[in-house]
Design a binder for this molecule. Structure first.
Ligand SMILES: Nc1ncnc2c1ncn2[C@@H]1O[C@H](COP(=O)(O)OP(=O)(O)OP(=O)(O)O)[C@@H](O)[C@H]1O
Ligand SMILES: [Mg+2]
Length: 280
């Protein structure tokens, strides 16, 4: 099993959107997917559970850290939901080492049952965030193209305790930074200038896409993305609500806007899948 964490200490950049929709995508591709939501806001576990495609594990994320949890229900798409007790773990520093050991033990114990574990993290650099980076094989960081978020990239990489470089040097030499994924990109001169600045400052951190032209992965602001998250459906399955003669609301036709959004997101997710599994 490969374990990928979504991480950025900046809030609201799209970690939960990518975690949710990537989990849907990998499951659709036939991968056995375990989703672990380390954020008590549950912004990725809720849509995954709502979809009916994934099954809820019998334990919550805080149980995994407080451990030991060594077994899960037998199903190819399982969600370990975030829960409120997660936010109290930071106040128990005497247990922090065991939280990391328990997460590692859990991932080892269930590793044969899944192909990939997607971990959604909370935006504060705390023990949950640290445990995810210490135990993951790779990390993907959605970012926004505003100045504040760009300044935050330094902290993502070089935070004195939880920066990706620090974690790799001291605790997890296998940690591979898949890259930065600009999200909620708008076609404004301001954002274009920030993208240019990002390319100049960290060209190796952007995710290049295969093809003849040099293109970097990014995702635009698309209302259909927020709607798919709210509805708890894969983006490529977002439909219009249709009202029948009896006033019943059902699933109508596929939405054009969602199809267009998916046309952009799909090659990005395909490349991320290749990088998770290190496929040529
Ligand atoms: N490309 C996009 N286009 C439109 N809406 C988006 C896009 N990406 C994310 N969103 C929406 O923006 C909001 C914030 O995204 P999300 O919850 O994924 O961010 P986050 O980084 O997980 O936030 P937090 O740090 O609070 O966990 C959500 O309502 C989400 O549906
Ligand atoms: Mg989130």
């Amino acid at each position: 099993m490969k374990t990928m964490a979504l991480a950025n200490q900046k809030g609201g950049v799209g970690k939960s959107f990518v975690a949710t929709q990537l989990a849907f995508f990998l499951a659709e591709r036939g991968k056995r997917v375990l989703h672990l939501d380390l954020d008590h806001q549950r912004n990725s576990s809720v849509p995954l559970i709502k979809s009916g495609l994934a099954r809820l594990a019998g334990c919550a994320a805080s149980d995994v850290l407080q451990g030991p949890v060594t077994a899960l229900i037998d199903f190819p798409f399982v969600v370990v939901s975030g829960d409120v007790r997660l936010s109290g773990l930071e106040r128990q520093p005497e247990h922090h080492n065991s939280y990391v050991a328990n997460l590692r033990g859990f991932l080892d114990a269930v590793g044969a049952q899944f192909d990939v574990c997607v971990i959604d993290t909370n935006p504060n650099p705390d023990i949950r965030y640290a445990a995810a980076l210490i135990c993951a094989d790779c990390v993907l960081s959605p970012v926004q193209l505003n100045q504040e978020a760009l300044d935050g990239i330094g902290s993502l990489l070089r935070h004195p305790r939880y920066g990706v470089h620090k974690v790799r040097d001291l605790m997890n030499p296998k940690l591979d930074l898949i890259g930065l994924l600009p999200n909620m990109v708008e076609a404004t001169p301001f954002q274009r200038a920030n993208l240019t600045q990002l390319l100049q400052a960290h060209p190796q951190l952007l995710i290049s896409l295969p093809g003849e032209l040099l293109r970097y992965a990014f995702i635009q602001t698309r209302t259909a993305i927020a709607e798919a998250q709210a509805a708890g459906v894969p983006l490529w399955q977002l439909r219009h609500a249709s009202v029948s003669g009896q006033g019943k609301v059902g699933a109508g036709s596929l939405r054009t806007a969602a199809r267009e959004a998916w046309r952009e997101v799909r090659p990005v997710f395909e490349e991320i899948e290749r990088r998770i599994f290190k496929e040529a």
